[in-house]
Design a binder for this molecule. Structure first.
Ligand code: NCD
Length: 358
């Protein structure tokens, strides 16, 4: 695996390998010194062109726990503010000799474009409405820990589906792993062409709440939507929110999930967050071993092809001893969900903004 742009790049076997690798790295985190030298001498740049708390900090911690050097590139204090184009910014960082760049950008397609300007491995940490592959992986890791897996599981993803890269990544990954996914929300927050998606659509959370194994809630993406897509926040909560009353209809072993940041009292009641079925903090915790696994696969000696052998899932101390460089792999077939991906030819940041579907 040379890069990770989309969950569509991953086969089921790739995902299994990442999960086993994440299990090994989760064990590392329980040690007195939660660190391995697997990526010693490698440089990882965190290039976040959009705000983030948990994704950025967990990539940062993950890279440090693998002993990589981490360069935090902050847009707020960078030459981007002075009008430098995205291409010039990327080429400048690239000239410093980096090994991986973790990108978050408000425009769909930005990580793909960046991968054309650098030889470093590109990891997508969220682009526009398009994809957020490590979120989907950490969500699956959490589900796998709690209920074993997704084969045959019923998952409802509820909220602002249309503007959500998490919805697109999770629909792709969850259905690939055998889940039956129902998208729930007002028509105005649904993508126009869900008929192309491997999902069922419902406009009533009450119709699905009692049946699901996973109730996955999404924030209203106020920064991305035009006004008037739902009447009021109060009405949204009463029709589509996971209220305390609705949570009481969930099965006792069901999971309540949310990628954060949460808007308590809108898509989820404050009291529901404290419910023992709510695994929001487990999701956050899963972010570190999952991002360690992804960084290790793109930068370390691990390769998806080799995982039939004993490379993945072995003790990470042993992994460290191995030499070599990751290679591109996977002929994984993209699913149809990533319709928002754009092919950006122009090199300026403003062109990227225009080309995005926002
Ligand atoms: C999500 C994102 O940024 O796409 N958050 C995250 O990465 N944990 C979801 C969101 O912002 O609503």
């Amino acid at each position: 695996m040379k890069q990770l742009i989309s969950t569509a790049d991953l086969t089921v076997a790739d995902v299994d390998d990442l999960m086993r690798l994440a299990d090994s790295f989760a064990e590392v985190q329980t040690r007195d010194v939660p660190k391995v030298p697997a990526l010693r001498g490698r440089t990882v740049v965190l290039a976040f062109f959009e705000d983030s708390t948990r994704t950025r900090t967990s990539f940062d911690l993950a890279a440090r726990r693998l002993s990589a050097d981490v360069l935090n590139f902050s847009v707020a204090s960078s030459a981007t503010k002075k009008g430098e184009s995205l291409r010039d910014t990327v080429e400048t960082i690239n000239a410093m000799g980096i090994d991986a760049v973790v990108v978050r950008h408000r425009s769909s397609g930005a990580p793909v474009q960046i991968s054309r300007w650098t030889d470093a491995a590109v990891i997508n940490a969220g682009d526009g409405w398009h994809q957020h592959p490590t979120q989907a992986l950490l969500d699956y890791y959490t589900i796998r820990q709690r209920i074993g897996g997704l084969d045959g599981a019923k998952v409802a993803i509820c909220g602002d589906i249309n503007h959500s890269r998490v919805a697109r990544s999770n629909v792709d990954l969850f259905t690939k792993l055998g889940a039956e996914v129902t998208l729930v929300g007002p028509k105005t927050l649904m993508p126009p062409q869900t008929s192309d998606w491997p999902v069922t659509v419902s406009h009533s959370i009450d119709d699905v709440v009692a049946e699901v194994d996973v109730m996955y809630l999404l924030r209203i993406q106020t920064e991305r939507l035009s006004s008037g897509l739902f009447p009021t926040v109060r009405e949204y909560r009463s029709r589509w929110g996971l209220t305390l009353q609705r949570a009481s209809a969930l099965r006792p072993e069901a999971l309540i999930m949310h990628p954060g940041p949460m808007n308590r009292g809108v898509e989820i009641d404050a009291e529901v967050v404290d419910d023992s079925r709510c695994v929001v903090l487990n999701q956050v915790a899963a972010g570190i071993p999952i991002r360690m696994a992804v960084l290790y696969q793109v930068l370390g000696p691990g390769r998806f092809e080799d995982t039939a052998g004993d490379q993945v899932g072995v003790s990470t101390d042993a992994v460290v001893e191995q030499g070599g460089q990751a290679e591109p792999t996977n002929g994984a077939k993209p699913l149809s969900v990533d319709a928002t991906e754009v092919n950006l030819e122009a090199d300026s940041q403003s062109a990227i903004k225009e080309a995005s579907c926002q």
